[in-house]
Design a protein around this ligand. Structure first.
Ligand code: C5P
Length: 221
């Protein structure tokens, strides 16, 4: 039951934390589990959308959730490639993935012995995927980001507003990750949605699925 207000729409979602490999057994990563992005994919399916989920986790959607295409992308480079490929087909894109900010310049195909591991790892910045998508965005497309941030509510919202503008997004979900009930790996979350037109709405602490529905309600309002 419920709302079918996304019927006929194609929703693209990315989820999870990228892994930036140093060699096949070592990587720089982050604590994102992909739960919020997966909940967004489920909510979109429930509302009648055709969904493409690009996830860093192998089997992110339980069977029987409905029409969804799932692509696995473990590194930011794989994520970037998959998102560029899917973006032209999407009416609404929600970038919930925690994409790394830096990666190792060294990326060996074979496991390095400890003696060959540099103690000063040379890093490089990872290109910003949503900013790249924003630069290719058509007028009929909507692009939404997430901003995971530590700090008090005011700091979290200020950082998210800056990212919304800098990355060229239509909206952003400011998401505090310093409490046990919100953020990485938890089943509950809390966010303030901020639209580029200034419209703003905060959710209570709620399930990640409810937060996903509230995000679609916000985007449709
Ligand atoms: O700057 P920050 O990582 O906090 O921004 C978060 C938003 O930017 C998320 O929507 C995330 O998916 C996106 N992002 C990205 N590519 C990056 C880093 C972040 O698409 N390299």
């Amino acid at each position: 039951g419920g709302k079918r207000d996304l019927k006929g729409k194609h929703i693209l979602v990315n989820a999870g934390g990228t892994r930036e490999f140093i060699d096949p057994v070592r990587f720089i990563g982050n604590p994102s589990t992909g739960k919020q992005g997966i909940a967004i994919a489920k909510a979109a399916i429930h509302r009648g959308a055709k969904v493409t989920l690009v996830s860093t986790a192998s089997s992110p959607l339980p069977m029987g959730e409905g029409p969804a295409a799932v692509k696995v992308a473990r590194t930011s480079a794989e994520m970037h490639r998959a998102m560029l490929e899917e973006f032209p087909h999407a009416d609404i894109t929600i970038a919930a993935a925690a994409v790394g900010d830096v990666r190792s310049q060294l990326n060996s195909d074979r496991k390095l012995p400890k003696s060959e591991l540099p103690l000063n790892l040379q890093l490089e910045y990872i290109p910003d995927i949503v900013a790249d998508l924003a630069s290719r965005k058509r007028l009929d497309q909507i692009l939404v980001g997430f901003a995971a941030q530590t700090g008090d509510e005011e700091e979290v919202i200020a950082a998210a507003k800056e990212k919304l503008a800098r990355k060229g997004l239509d909206a952003i979900a400011a998401n505090a990750v310093n409490s046990l009930q919100t953020g990485f790996g938890t089943d509950t979350n809390q966010a303030t949605f901020i639209h580029k037109n200034g419209h703003r709405q905060s959710t209570p602490i709620c399930s990640k699925l409810e937060l996903a529905h509230r995000l679609f309600d916000f985007l449709q309002s």
